[in-house]
Design a protein around this ligand. Structure first.
Ligand code: FAD
Length: 337
């Protein structure tokens, strides 16, 4: 195993609260790493309402989910946190020296003095096909919501799904893949009308195959499906792409001994610390009397949690409150003035 990355702080989740957490840590001169299961920052704001307007961020009369994420990233940029995208943090264990050892499913390990769980409603992960043992084909002939379609050029591809992502993926493969078949459990789609129209045209023109049914077996090369008239049909393929939606899973965080209450991590309201010293929880993932799942509340929680962390990272040192308006040290850190 590679040696763990040693850091003063590890932030789990690059949603709006995780990003602002990293900013507040940076102002207090606590360097940090940030891990997110998604390929990019923004959490729910980008994943669930990227182009929708948002009106209750202090001082910003109107922006969008994506606009807010971009602004938080710009604000954070001079403080240079290290991002690790596409990795879900799986384990958290206290070491003999009190530091916390964390491992991701991407094989990265961190040894951190403080941990900030900003995991929101959980890691956004693709829904898997519910077939026993099918995970062994992931990455070889089975792919979930792939970022790029390059590797499927010239292949026989079956795309499983019936929403925008499924239809768009099947359409995008026309002319690149040797053969494309869309598989959906019924002959009806929860997708944009224009996309459905284009899909039907391509099927009528013979450019796309369409199979209705449910997967019942997969050996890596042939997908067997059950059709609505109770027949079994075999679909030979080079690659199976499943676009069945991306949903949040709190997943491994439930196993970290934090005594969750209704899938939330209890914290105090002075430090936003969990029952584990040095492990803080901020944003949608935490709970305390009066909790409101709003971004502005998460920003406050992250600010106080960062201050609480100074007691662990700089023991015995009184850290003075400084204003970004007037502090030359903060100007230096932010690269302004
Ligand atoms: P999230 O945004 O959920 O981000 C958490 C991140 O952590 C995710 O990116 C996830 O992938 C990652 N993660 C989780 N577990 C792991 C793990 N183990 N390893 C690695 N990464 C992990 N709030 C407002 O204040 N105003 C609004 O107008 C508003 N509108 C909304 C509209 C909609 C449709 C929705 C769904 C929510 C809205 N909210 C609004 C709520 C707001 O989006 C949330 O309060 C906010 O996103 C919480 O931020 P967060 O950083 O705590 O969590």
């Amino acid at each position: 195993l590679p040696a763990p990355i040693e850091t003063d702080a590890l932030v789990i989740g690059a949603g709006p609260v995780g990003l602002f957490q990293a900013f507040q840590l940076g102002l207090l001169e606590i360097p940090c790493h940030i891990v997110d299961a998604l390929p990019a920052a923004g959490g729910q704001c980008v994943r669930l309402y990227g182009d929708k307007p948002i009106y209750d961020i202090p001082g910003i009369p109107a922006t969008s989910g994506q606009g807010l994420a971009d602004a938080l990233l710009r604000q954070l940029e001079p403080l240079k946190p290290v991002f690790h995208f596409g990795q879900q943090v799986q384990t958290l264990e206290r070491q003999a020296d009190q530091r916390l050892l964390l491992r991701t499913d991407g094989g990265t390990a961190f040894l951190a003095k403080t941990v900030f769980i900003a995991a929101g409603v959980g890691a956004f992960v693709p829904k898997r096909i519910a077939l026993e043992g099918i995970q062994r084909f992931e990455g070889s002939t089975l792919f979930y919501h792939p970022d790029s379609l390059d590797r499927f050029d010239g292949q026989a591809v079956v795309v499983n799904g019936g929403d925008d992502a499924g239809l768009a993926t099947a359409l995008a493969l026309i002319g690149r893949a040797r053969q494309v078949t869309l598989l959906h459990r019924r002959d009806g789609f929860q997708a944009d009308d224009a996309l459905v129209r284009r899909f039907r045209e391509q099927v009528a023109a013979g450019a796309l195959g369409f199979a209705v049914g449910q997967p019942i077996a997969f050996d890596g090369r042939t997908l067997e499906i059950n059709t609505p008239d109770a027949q079994t049909r075999s679909l030979p393929l080079d690659a199976l792409i499943a676009c069945l939606g991306i949903s949040p899973r709190l997943g491994p965080i439930a196993d970290w001994g934090l005594e969750l209450v209704r899938k939330q991590v209890p914290v105090d309201t002075e430090r936003f610390q969990t029952r584990e010293p040095g492990v803080f929880a901020v944003g949608d993932v935490n709970t305390y009397p009066g909790k409101k799942k709003l971004i502005v509340c998460g920003f406050h929680e992250a600010t106080l949690a960062a201050w609480a962390a100074t007691e662990i990272v700089f023991p015995g040192k009184a850290v003075p409150l400084q204003y970004t308006t007037t502090s030359t040290r903060l100007h230096q850190l932010l690269g302004v003035g």
